[in-house]
Design a protein around this ligand. Structure first.
Ligand SMILES: Nc1ncnc2c1ncn2[C@@H]1O[C@H](COP(=O)(O)OP(=O)(O)OP(=O)(O)O)[C@@H](O)[C@H]1O
Ligand SMILES: [Mg+2]
Length: 295
C-alpha cells in the first residue's frame, strides 16, 4: 500500500483525490431514484461458509437501508441459529417459519412473513427446526430448487429478497444459490479471510453450470475493517489484488455498535442512525443500486 493510500485509509487529508480503503478514489454514490412500481424481486444470497464474517449483520442493515430508500425488502433467515430473526426482533416459535415453507405445501409464504420495526422490511424467520431440513430435503424431487419455488410465490411483492445463509456449503446454501440472481460474499478483514473463498467460488460456478445459469457474483464486501491496523489494510489489499472490481467500494469498519444493536434486536440504522456504520450501510445500499444489483 502506498503512503497516500495509508493516509486516506486512516482519514487524514493529503493532496490529490482522496482514496477509499480499496484504493479507488473515494466517492459518494447518488441517492437512488424512487421506484414507480414494485417487484419482481431480485434475489441476493449473502454467503460465506466461514462463520462470523458479517452475513447476518449485512442482511439486517442492508435490508434496513434499502427499505429507507423506498425499496420493498424481504429478508430470509436461512440459518437454523435464527440470528437474523433475533436481530430483527421477530417471533420464531409457534409461528410458521422458512422450514414449514420448504417442507409443506400447506403453508403459503404470506403465512410466515412478519413485519419488522423498519417500514418496508419484512422477514421470514427460522429456528432450530431448519437444521432438520437438510436431511428431509435430500429425498425430495429437485431438492436443490425448493427454496426457489417458495420465493417465486412472493417475488412480485418485493424489489429485493436477501437470503442470510448459514456458515456451510450444504444443501440449504445450494438451495439459496439456486434461488438467487446474485451473491454477495462478506469477507472479514482478518488473516484467514481468503481461506475457503476459492471453494465458495467453485460452488457458485457449479451451481451456475448445473442449476442456475443466471447467477452472478454481485460483489465481495469487506467487513470488520480496521484502518488503524496494518494487518487489516494488508488483507484488504490482497482481497483487491485477487478480485479487482468485484470488491465493493463500500467497506464496513469494525465497531462495537454492531453487537450493541444486536442486543437491542434492531438494525444499527435505527439504533444509531448517524453512526458511521449506519452511513456505511447506506453507502452500500446506494452502491448496489448504482451497480444495478438492486432496482
Ligand atoms: N463491522 C462489525 N464490527 C464489529 N462487530 C461486528 C461487525 N459486523 C458484525 N459484527 C459482530 O460480529 C459477530 C458476527 O457477525 P454476524 O453474525 O453478522 O456474522 P455471520 O457471518 O452471520 O455469522 P454466522 O456465520 O455465525 O452466521 C456478531 O456478534 C456481530 O454483532
Ligand atoms: Mg449469520
Amino acid at each position: 500500500m502506498t503512503q497516500h493510500q495509508q493516509d486516506s485509509a486512516v482519514g487524514t487529508t493529503s493532496p490529490g483525490p482522496e482514496l477509499g480503503p480499496t484504493g479507488r478514489p473515494h466517492r459518494e454514490f447518488p441517492d437512488p431514484a424512487a421506484l414507480a412500481s414494485h417487484g419482481p424481486a431480485r434475489i441476493i444470497a449473502l454467503c460465506n461458509q466461514k462463520g462470523g464474517v458479517g452475513k447476518t449483520t449485512t442482511t439486517i442493515n442492508l435490508g434496513a437501508t434499502l427499505a429507507e430508500y423506498g425499496r420493498r425488502v424481504l429478508a430470509i433467515d436461512f440459518d437454523p441459529q435464527g440470528a437474523l430473526s433475533a436481530g430483527l426482533g421477530v417471533q420464531t416459535h409457534d409461528v410458521p417459519t422458512i422450514y414449514d415453507l420448504l417442507l409443506s405445501r400447506q403453508f403459503e409464504p404470506n403465512d410466515a412473513i412478519q413485519r419488522t420495526s423498519v417500514e418496508g422490511l419484512d422477514v421470514i424467520p427460522a429456528n432450530i427446526d431448519l437444521s432438520a431440513a437438510e436431511v428431509h430435503l435430500v429425498t425430495e424431487v429437485a431438492r436443490e430448487q425448493i427454496l426457489a419455488g417458495v420465493l417465486r410465490r412472493v417475488s412480485a411483492d418485493y424489489d429485493v429478497i436477501l437470503i442470510d445463509c448459514q456458515p456451510s456449503l450444504g444443501l440449504l446454501t445450494v438451495n439459496a444459490l439456486t434461488a438467487s440472481h446474485g451473491v454477495i460474499i462478506p469477507l472479514e478483514c482478518e488473516f484467514f479471510a481468503l481461506r475457503g473463498v476459492a471453494l465458495l467460488i467453485e460452488t457458485i460456478d457449479k451451481v451456475r453450470d448445473r442449476l442456475n445459469p443466471a447467477i452472478e457474483l454481485d460483489g465481495i464486501l469487506a467487513t470488520m475493517y480496521d484502518s488503524r491496523t496494518l494487518h487489516s489494510r494488508e488483507v484488504l489489499e490482497r482481497v483487491v489484488d485477487a478480485f479487482g472490481d468485484k470488491v465493493l467500494e463500500t467497506v464496513i469498519t469494525r465497531t462495537v455498535k454492531f453487537p450493541d444493536a444486536t442486543v437491542a434486536a434492531t438494525p444499527i440504522t435505527e439504533f444509531a442512525p448517524e453512526h458511521q456504520a449506519s452511513k456505511a450501510y447506506r453507502q452500500l445500499a446506494r452502491e448496489l443500486v448504482f451497480r444495478g444489483a438492486v432496482a
